[in-house]
Design a protein around this ligand. Structure first.
Ligand SMILES: [Zn+2]
Length: 173
């Protein structure tokens, strides 16, 4: 499985010492405990959105949705990253939505496999794939990381054509 290294702004990686609370999810009760401990009034009582990462051991970690993925990962490589929405179905904690939206790691849609494995191990029901999947490409002219929308492979900054193949981890040109 592909490992993704952090490619976002270095100043965010340097703020790891001030990392927000993160929580390892190994069973449904861990999600409830996280909700209680995060004590955030921003949480909708029926739905909780978290920043998540899958570490290179395949472990699922979640943190407040306003935290950076690189903080949730303590600066380490990940197998996937994005946003996860939890809810309750018939009194059971369930994952309702998962996206791979992480401009810090830019994981590919096929990183889903690592998420599925972690949630299955934890006994938490989940969708069969990303509910919203993104693709990221680095502009080879200006180095900007673009989020591909509507299959338009054009840099939003300099309008250069973007490569079709994932190139986020390529050495800078
Ligand atoms: Zn560009």
């Amino acid at each position: 499985m592909r490992r993704y290294r952090y490619v976002g702004p270095p100043e965010l990686a340097r703020s790891i010492a001030s990392s927000p609370y993160r929580h390892r999810i190994q069973k449904p009760e861990d999600v409830e405990q996280w909700v209680r401990q995060s004590q955030s009034s921003r949480f909708d009582p029926e739905e909780w959105i978290a920043t998540f990462i899958i570490d290179t051991e395949g472990q699922l970690w979640i943190a407040d949705r306003n935290s950076e993925h690189v903080q949730c990962a303590l600066g380490q490589d990940v197998l996937s990253a994005g946003e996860m929405t939890f809810g309750r179905e018939r009194q059971k904690i369930t994952v309702i939505e998962v996206t791979n939206q992480s401009t810090g790691y830019c994981p590919e849609p096929d990183s889903w496999e690592s998420i599925q494995a972690a949630l299955d191990r934890a006994g938490i029901d989940h969708p069969s794939e990303f509910t919203t999947a993104y693709s990221f490409r680095r502009c080879e002219s200006c180095q900007t990381i673009n989020l591909i929308k509507d299959d338009v492979y054009e840099c939003a900054v300099c309008q250069s054509a973007l490569p079709l193949a994932w190139n986020i981890d390529d050495p800078l040109l």
